[in-house]
Ligand binder design. Structure first.
Ligand SMILES: Nc1ncnc2c1ncn2[C@@H]1O[C@H](COP(=O)(O)OP(=O)(O)OP(=O)(O)O)[C@@H](O)[C@H]1O
Ligand SMILES: [Mg+2]
Length: 226
C-alpha cells in the first residue's frame, strides 16, 4: 500500500470513529447505549462506558433455559431501547442480535444497544455502497433502502429488528418443538416489519413496513402477548 492510500485510510478511520463518538455523545446513554468517555485525536480510538450483559446472539447460543415468552419480553425491551435511540434523532442501521447487550437480573430484562458506527440521521444517506439485493445476500439485516436508495429511516431499524426476531423464533422452534407456530398477530407483524418493498417515486421509502415498528406498536403488541 502506498503512503497516500495508507493515510487516506487512516483519515477515513478517524472520521468513522469521530462520527461514532458524536453519536454516543448525543445519545447520552439513551437506549442503554454506552456513554462517551474520551476520544484520542492522534490515533483512531474512543473510550466508552462498559454496558452490562451478554450480546443477544450469545444468549441465544448459550442459554437454553429461555423460552418463547422470555424472548418476547427481551424483544419488548430491545424495541423500547431502539425507540429511545430514534427519539434522540438517530437510526442505528446495523441492528442485529450481536449489537445488543442483554442483562437478565432477578427476573428483569434490560437491553443496551451498541455499535453505532453506521448510524445516521433519519432521511439522510448512510453512505452504504450501492448494490443489488444479491450483493447484500450475506447482510440480510441491512434494510434494502440503505443500499438500493441511499436513505435511512426509522423503518430501516424496523426491518433489522424483524430479521433478528424471525431468526430467534426460528431457532427456538427448532430447539423446542413445543413452541409451535407463532401467534398470528406476531407472525403478521414480523412479515410487515420485513416487507422489502420500497417506493422509487418516494425517495426509496419502504411501502408497507411500519414506521415505528421497533417502537410503540411492537412494544404494545409484544406486551399483549405476555
Ligand atoms: N460498551 C460496551 N460494553 C460492553 N461490551 C461491549 C461494548 N462495546 C462493544 N462491546 C463488546 O465488543 C463486541 C464488539 O463490539 P462492536 O459490535 O462495537 O464491534 P464491531 O467491530 O462492530 O463488531 P461486529 O463487526 O461483530 O459487529 C460486542 O459484541 C460486545 O461483546
Ligand atoms: Mg458489532
Amino acid at each position: 500500500m502506498d503512503k497516500s492510500t495508507g493515510s487516506k485510510r487512516f483519515d477515513n478511520a478517524v472520521k468513522q470513529y469521530l462520527k461514532e463518538a458524536c453519536v454516543l455523545w448525543e445519545l447520552d446513554g439513551a437506549g442503554g447505549a454506552p456513554r462517551l468517555i474520551a476520544v484520542a485525536h492522534d490515533s483512531p480510538m474512543i473510550v466508552m462506558s462498559l454496558c452490562q450483559g451478554q450480546t443477544l446472539r450469545r444468549v441465544l447460543i448459550e442459554n437454553h433455559q429461555l423460552g418463547f415468552e422470555d424472548y418476547i419480553r427481551i424483544y419488548k425491551e430491545v424495541s423500547d431501547s431502539l425507540l429511545a435511540v430514534h427519539k434522540r434523532g438517530w437510526i442505528h442501521n446495523d441492528f442485529k442480535n450481536g449489537n445488543v447487550l442483554i442483562e437478565l437480573k432477578r427476573g428483569k430484562v434490560s437491553a443496551s444497544i451498541i455499535d453505532f458506527g453506521l448510524a445516521s440521521r433519519p432521511g439522510a444517506n448512510p453512505k452504504f455502497p450501492t448494490g443489488t439485493s444479491e450483493d447484500y445476500m450475506l447482510y440480510q439485516w441491512y434494510a434494502p433502502e440503505l443500499y438500493l436508495y441511499g436513505v435511512s429511516l426509522e423503518q430501516s431499524d424496523s426491518w433489522s429488528l424483524g430479521v433478528a426476531m424471525k431468526r430467534t423464533f426460528t431457532k427456538l422452534q427448532e430447539r423446542q418443538p413445543d413452541v409451535g407456530a407463532l401467534p398470528d398477530d406476531l407472525d403478521k407483524l414480523l412479515a410487515d416489519m420485513t416487507d422489502p418493498r420500497c417506493c422509487a417515486a418516494n425517495h426509496g421509502c419502504p411501502v408497507r413496513r411500519p414506521h415505528t415498528a421497533p417502537c410503540s406498536p411492537l412494544a404494545g403488541q409484544v406486551a399483549s402477548q405476555t
